[in-house]
Design a protein around this ligand. Structure first.
Ligand code: HEC
Length: 189
């Protein structure tokens, strides 16, 4: 019996059992009626889920955000604006995680699996953790050193996924022109 036939039969049973003069719902029959109907809903949902998936931002879009947050971090840190630096480091980390959740494993040019989750975990537990420590300790020299070291980790992941042309560097100007990086800035300006 197909799902549709089962559903029609179940509805017919509900109509028969509830049409006998008693207005109370018939629980057993109602349950039977719902089962096939929900599996039909499932099939109807599948193309909609696929359509929604197609609307998700791409991994490169998420990485472009990482690029912006990490570049802003340089200007916040070198200006000694530690609360702002803390914010941009947290944004960098959360967007890195988002990007890796989007595509956790990529193939390199030889068809080998590259586990992005593992690479990010190593990055988190070393340079990014140290970078956080320099921000918490308002350590300007340490911040610059760890920032540069972090860039080599960014790049090593890009190389691992066969995108060696994506070479992060110390940014020349902040991507967010609307944010004032001066820690002593008043507001409104
Ligand atoms: C775990 C691996 C991994 C790490 C770590 C990583 N990236 Fe990426 N990054 C990628 C991948 C994969 C792409 C390409 C995505 C694509 O093309 O679909 C990418 C692309 C980029 C892009 C290009 C985005 C665009 O399309 O315009 C930038 C910018 C970038 N990354 C910056 C960074 C920075 C800055 C860091 C370090 C703070 C970093 N990435 C760390 C994997 C990584």
């Amino acid at each position: 019996m197909t799902g549709r036939h089962a559903a029609i039969l179940a509805v017919a049973i509900v109509l028969m059992t509830t049409g006998t003069g008693c207005d109370a719902p018939a629980p057993a029959a109602a349950t039977r009626a719902q089962a096939p109907a929900s599996s039909e809903n499932h099939a109807a949902l599948e193309p909609r889920i696929k359509a929604l998936e197609a609307l998700l931002p791409s991994q490169s879009h998420m990485m472009a955000d990482v690029g912006d947050h990490f570049a802003n971090l340089w200007f916040a840190g070198t200006a000694g604006n530690w609360p702002l630096a803390d914010f941009y480091l947290a944004e960098t980390r959360s967007h890195l995680h988002w990007a890796v959740r989007r595509i956790p494993v990529r193939k390199d040019n030889k068809g080998r699996d590259i586990n992005l989750v593992g690479i990010l975990e190593a990055f988190e537990n070393s340079q990014l953790k140290e970078l956080k420590r320099t921000i918490d300790g308002k350590d300007a020299a340490g911040f610059e050193r760890m920032y540069r070291e972090s860039l080599t980790m960014c790049y090593s992941c890009h190389k691992a996924v066969d995108k060696p042309y994506l070479k992060p560097r110390i940014p020349a100007e902040p991507p967010s022109r609307i944010i004032n990086f001066d820690p002593k800035a008043d507001w409104p300006l």
